[in-house]
Design a protein. Structure first.
Lengths: 111, 113
């Protein structure tokens, strides 16, 4: 049972570089999410996709873009990385408004 | 704005003692309520959830939580702490058709031998 799979697990970027975080789920969930986790701040929603073909901004969308490629995949792109984007990123999926399943996270450092 | 507050960023209890982690939310609309646990370097795992029905909810690993609408609270308890309970715990809330979870700041639970 794969659940929610995120790649890569770790990444180091220099300021200004770009990268895409990949996420795939095999539970046939309609909704997918990207969160960032920073010490003392819990998880903050970056973007979410309620269903295939739709995306919406969350609490902290600046500096990020997303693509809901199909029902399974939801990617997060950093066009020009900044040190403030150093964080742990989690992808999640759910069916409706019920409990979400989470990936194991991507630890990103921007120098 | 709808929000979730966890009282205490760090809670420390002795092995065998009661665990109480507090969560309050602000909303005029009845929410769905969740507790998640995160072990080091891992993702979040669902402990328990309240959607409708009985307000006392039992979850995995001996944890339970009670939804108190009048107090807008959903505190997490466990009668007897075990060393393996050491982790970070997150309260989360969603509101009906919003289809997104709002998280509290997290509480790190330490268990003393």
């Amino acid at each position: 049972n794969a659940g929610v799979t995120q790649t890569p697990k770790f990444q180091v970027l220099k300021t200004g570089q770009s990268m895409t975080l990949q996420c795939a789920q095999d539970m046939n969930h309609n909704s997918m999410y990207w969160y960032r986790q920073d010490p003392g701040m819990g998880l903050r929603l970056i973007y979410y996709s309620a269903s295939e073909g739709t995306t919406d901004k969350g609490e902290v969308p600046n500096g990020y873009n997303v693509s809901r490629l199909n029902k399974r995949e939801f990617s997060l792109r950093l066009e020009s990385a900044a040190p403030s984007q150093t964080s742990v990123y989690f992808c999640a999926s759910s069916e409706g408004a019920f409990s979400a399943a989470f990936g194991n996270g991507t630890r990103l450092t921007v120098t | 704005a709808q929000s979730v507050t966890q009282l205490g960023s760090h809670v420390s209890v002795s092995e065998g003692a009661l665990v109480l982690l507090r969560c309050n939310y602000s909303s005029s609309v009845p929410p769905y309520l969740f507790w998640y646990v995160q072990y080091p370097n891992q993702g979040l795992q669902l402990l328990l959830k309240y959607t409708t029905g009985a307000t006392l909810v039992k979850g995995i690993n001996g944890f339970e939580a009670e939804f108190k609408k009048s107090e807008t609270s959903f505190h997490l308890t466990k009668p007897s702490a075990h060393m393996s309970d050491a982790a970070e715990y997150f309260c989360a809330v969603s509101w009906g058709g919003a289809q997104k979870l709002v998280f509290g700041q997290g509480t790190r639970l330490t268990i003393n031998p």
